[in-house]
Write a new protein. Structure first.
Length: 176
């Protein structure tokens, strides 16, 4: 799992959805190994396909750091991030180090920095609503703005699955 350096917890404003707790965390850089694809930000089918391809391959990756999985999104374009923006999507695991990457998989050094951390609870189809709530309710009233680094989610080893209403993911949004 990511290395935590500093934590501060904020709550959404009282008029906002009170179940969303946001923590401010500073993370060290990490390395992930996995599969990647390019897709529009709103293309959830591309994400599903990526995870279906990655699932059987994750055990090929040596020197894993824990059993969690990482879903990473990098905006490679210029300008504001929109639903039609082309993004790089990753299905990956964190590694301590790597000497040989299995064929067809790729490594990526994720930068450290300050992130807003919160949880998405419920099926993956509801994830856009959770993130929209963060962007519309918490971010505008905070002292922070988005930073140009990868956004990611961590699914624990006991992740209930994308269709399960009891599923829980840790969400990390880069801020400055």
């Amino acid at each position: 799992m990511c290395c935590l350096i500093v934590v501060r917890t904020d709550l959404l404003a009282a008029e906002a959805n009170e179940h969303m707790d946001v923590s401010i965390v500073v993370l060290r850089p990490i390395t992930i190994v996995g599969l990647r694809t390019m897709a529009e930000m709103s293309d959830l089918n591309a994400v599903l396909k990526l995870w279906q391809e990655f699932g059987p391959r994750r055990q090929e990756i040596g020197h894993r750091e824990g059993d969690a999985s990482y879903s990473v999104m990098r905006h490679l374009g210029f300008g504001p991030l929109k639903e039609t923006s082309k993004v790089e999507r990753w299905a990956a695991v964190q590694v301590r180090h790597f000497s040989k990457i299995p064929k067809g998989l790729t490594a990526f050094d994720m930068p450290g920095g300050t992130y807003a951390k919160f949880y998405h609870r419920g099926p993956a189809k509801d994830f856009p609503k959770t993130v929209a709530e963060f962007h519309s309710d918490w971010l505008p009233t905070s002292d922070f703005e988005l930073d140009d680094r990868p956004h990611f989610e961590i699914m624990p080893a006991d992740y209930a699955g994308p269709d399960n209403p009891e599923a829980v993911e840790e969400v990390y949004i880069p801020i400055k």
